[in-house]
Design a protein around this ligand. Structure first.
Ligand code: BDR
Ligand code: CA
Length: 352
């Protein structure tokens, strides 16, 4: 059994990561904490709650933490992830409420209560986790492991020419988190899924078609570049329809930035990696984050050669296998969608 505590800024690819983990029978989701990033923290929480309900999983705690980065104003990106953060998907108001616990309390209490058992997975800015570390500096040793989606190492950024989105939103938090890991044993160092490998996890129309097939939907799931923008899925399966409507938006966004009719599903790779269901290799490095220079703020720097004379504090993913990752995502999410089936009248689904 894998116990996973997620911190997310849902977000289209965060949504895929969450649905994927919900599709895995061996994963216990300890709780979901929400950070402001792609959209505001409250909207992130509503998205997570609605996705849980769509997947038939009430009862997982969803908590909000910091609603702004540590030291700089919040920037969100509805342009990338849609007005609510899940592209064109529109989910009903969730029945379950947001937890009264603060995200920082969730991290500290859960990890202290289950020492050595919980894998942390962070696919948003590192604000909540940095605050949790201030409160409980032993978190890195108490966690079983930590997987972070963030950074970009000697590779074009996706927010500034050198900075990746999650570190760019809260560079001070990222700097604190990497500093807290200096000198820890190798097996405790965070696994960092950065742009140079997560951008290889390129979702294409073919993957959505295969998802529909894996879900057993009679109609082919067609999301195609020649279709009008904003077309909604006609799938009779609500989970397929939701993910398809979400990813269509992401594909249109990537096309707008000359990356083709594809979607980089960074966070879904991080989720597969966190539970060991996709192959990858890592490279030890000492990581630091630029917080001062107006030109380079949010840029992550990796010292692979020990030039700084400082101990390693990260294991940066250096290779992965996109085909195997998509095989895993499609088979597992498809099987969940098939189990959930077609809703009866009165059950939830996405709006047309
Ligand atoms: C990261 O930024 C967000 O927009 C995505 O959800 C992902 O976590 C990629 O840079
Ligand atoms: Ca994210």
């Amino acid at each position: 059994m894998h116990s996973v505590l997620m911190d997310v800024d849902t977000g289209i690819d965060d949504a895929l990561a969450l649905v994927y983990l919900l599709s895995r029978p061996e994963v216990r989701l300890q709780a979901i904490t929400c950070t402001a990033g792609n959209v505001g923290a409250r909207q992130v929480a509503l998205n997570n709650l609605a996705l849980l309900e769509l997947c038939g999983r009430q009862g997982v705690e969803v908590a909000i933490g910091a609603e702004t980065p540590l030291e700089i104003p919040l920037v969100t990106t509805e342009e990338t992830h849609g007005p609510q953060g899940i592209g064109y998907a529109e989910l009903p108001q969730p029945a379950q409420g947001i937890s009264p616990r603060h995200a920082v309390d969730v991290w500290v209490d859960e990890v202290r209560t289950h020492p050595g058992e919980i894998t942390g997975l962070i696919t948003g800015p590192l604000t909540n986790f940095a605050l949790a570390l201030r409160r409980e500096p032993r978190l890195p040793r108490l966690l079983k492991g930590l997987v972070i989606m963030g950074g970009s190492f000697y590779y074009q950024g996706n927010t500034t020419p050198t900075a990746e989105w999650n570190t760019s939103v809260d560079p001070h938090a990222a700097k604190e988190v990497f500093a807290a890991y200096r000198g820890l044993p190798e097996d405790k160092l965070p696994i960092v899924c950065a742009l140079e490998t997560t951008e290889r996890i390129e979702m294409r129309p073919e993957h959505l078609r295969r998802l529909g097939e894996a879900a057993g939907t009679p109609e082919p799931e067609l999301v195609l570049p020649e279709q009008p923008e904003g077309l909604r899925s006609a799938s009779s399966n609500p989970l397929v329809a939701c993910l398809s409507d979400a990813v269509r938006f992401y594909m249109e966004f990537h096309r707008l930035y000359d990356q083709g009719y594809v979607a980089h599903v960074h966070d879904a790779f991080a989720a597969c990696a966190a539970i060991g269901r996709t192959p990858f290799s890592t490279r030890l490095a000492t990581v630091d984050v630029e917080t001062d220079s107006p030109l380079l703020v949010g840029t992550t720097v990796a010292d692979f050669r020990g030039l700084w004379g400082l101990p390693a504090n990260a294991r940066i993913v250096s290779d992965n296998n996109p085909d195997q990752c998509f095989d895993e995502l499609i088979a597992s999410i498809g099987a969940l969608a098939r189990r959930l089936g077609v809703p009866q009248k009165g059950q939830i689904g996405t709006s047309p």
